[in-house]
Design a binder for this molecule. Sequence first.
Ligand code: SF4
Ligand code: SF4
Length: 306
Amino acid sequence: MVEWQKRIVENLEGITVSLDEEVPFDGDKCLSECSGLCCFDIQVMVDPFDVFRITRSKHVHENLGITDTTKLYEGEQPLLLYYVGRTSNMPFAIINFRRVKVLGKDVKIKKCPFLVPAFPKLYAEKEGNKGNKGGKGRYFVVARAGEPMICALEKAKPTICRSSPIGRALIFGGKDRKKEYRFIYKPPDPNCPACKTEKKVKVGDYIEEWHLINSYKYKDLFFDLICWLQEKKFQFPKDLIYKLGQILYNFDNPLTKNIIETYRKANGRTSGLEFAELYEVFKKMAEIVHEERQKRSLKKQANSKK
Ligand code: SF4
Ligand code: SF4
């Protein structure tokens, strides 16, 4: 568990909110008063659905010319980092924040690679499109250097960014391995101007306005999968978890493509897999690998006794 997750767990009761509750938030302040605090020096975790949306976003497709998920993880400064958690032994992906240089000097600040200058034309257009509410939900930010910046992913930004300062925590554990979801209210930064306000938004309305239900649906499926892997206690070695996890986070990895193709043929489908189906296929694969490993280890034991 990383630092910010620990802080959430420690303060869970204090930050839990209900859907009917009203919480302080004024999105206009993202534009008028903020220096983009929440796109610097934080950790943004992405789930497979976020990766799916990022890969198909206009920015990644048209501006960066990336059409293959694999490319998000490649190069000297990849956009995303994929890894297996040291203690959890679970596969995760995060946005690869990059060090900022001011006049050639490292200022020890890390910036999200999707935070890009909002060119005046684009800036004016967006502002005009959204009236004076352009800043809501971190649509615009003014970076620390004073230059107007924008999240290039726009609608494809990760769920965690779109929903902030509202979040959803999954509580999982205890003897009965019970799962529980809680909505939380947590300003992305202690100095977040948008949260230091008298203006209030209803949690339920905010979720609806930002179309978060669909993202939560896919996030839940992913959480289910992670919980399942932990429950099963497969105890796969890290390198195997790494390879299995790539199926989930890279839709263009040859293994994933192969699985999707096989599934499509077997089920007479013309389009790709739904996330729920991909997760089911993943479970089956993990089970097959597990059985094979067990068989091999039993065989080894039998041979050594001979
Ligand atoms: S949510 Fe808060 S910290 Fe993030 S850009 Fe808006 S005002 Fe700044
Ligand atoms: S994805 Fe967009 S909103 Fe999220 S941290 Fe990066 S620039 Fe900010």
